[in-house]
Design a protein around this ligand. Structure first.
Ligand code: FAD
Length: 198
């Protein structure tokens, strides 16, 4: 819990804004409807977050974000967190997937993937965990093997929240199992399509 004394005025204003959003814009029954399987994926929630500029809190304004610090995003996450884990996951996924795109992506990739996840027109999901486990990040066994100008990916992931709704995934794969752990894996952007079974 971030205490008031630690927050800037801007962060306090964001907290109040997100608290109001959660109270006024999100139906109280949404989580229960998801539990009852009446709603498979909270598209309306994502659309509303985007309308209110809450999908890219710490990403550059150039790509549609607000360019606020991490601490501001955590403040927003605490407020959205009262809605439960499912909606909390839907909220943080922009950040989890967007971080790599923002730090390592080319401008073309940012235009194609980062901007649309901030504007809510594409749904991103993260495929890290495998049936063998998730804590051992660098031990990913999903393989990516170079094949000319392409890579061929083979493997299995699990606990990929919102996978059915994803337009694309960031997939962590081993490109060189013999390399030192931190050089072993790479992240691929994989659009949903033939060859992916969910
Ligand atoms: C709400 C939620 C949403 C998630 N969403 C996603 C998602 O969208 N995409 C995705 O890829 N994954 C997702 N995950 C999965 C998450 O990343 C994994 O659960 C996490 O990485 C841990 O992996 P695991 O569950 O396989 O546990 P394991 O890695 O099998 O660990 C099991 C237990 O062993 C302990 N342990 C592991 N290694 C060691 C060690 N070396 N020494 C001592 N103890 C150890 C762990 O602390 C844990 O208690 C989600 C998980 C949750 C809870």
């Amino acid at each position: 819990m971030l205490y008031d004394a630690l927050l800037t005025e801007e962060e306090k204003a964001l907290r109040d804004e997100v608290r109001k959003f959660v109270r006024d814009e999100v139906p109280a029954d949404l989580l229960r409807a998801m539990d009852r399987d009446e709603i498979k994926f909270p598209y309306d929630f994502i659309a509303k977050l985007a309308q209110h500029g809450l999908r890219g809190i710490r990403f550059p304004k150039k790509w549609g974000g607000r360019e606020l610090p991490w601490t501001a995003e955590v403040v927003a996450e605490e407020e959205v967190g009262v809605l439960g884990v499912a909606l909390g996951c839907a909220f943080v996924m922009t950040s989890i997937v967007g971080e790599a795109l923002n730090v390592f992506g080319t401008d073309e990739q940012k235009e194609r993937y980062l901007r649309p996840i901030i504007t809510g027109t594409k749904i991103p999901e993260e495929a890290l965990t495998e049936p063998r486990g998730g804590s051992d990040f660098f031990g990913a066994t999903t393989r990516a093997v170079a094949d000319g100008d392409s890579f061929i990916l083979n493997g299995q992931k699990r606990f990929v929240v919102g996978a059915e709704a994803a337009d694309f995934f960031t997939v962590y794969c081993s490109t060189d199992p013999q390399a030192p752990p931190h050089q072993r894996i790479s992240m691929f952007i994989v659009e949903k399509g033939p060859g992916i079974k969910i």
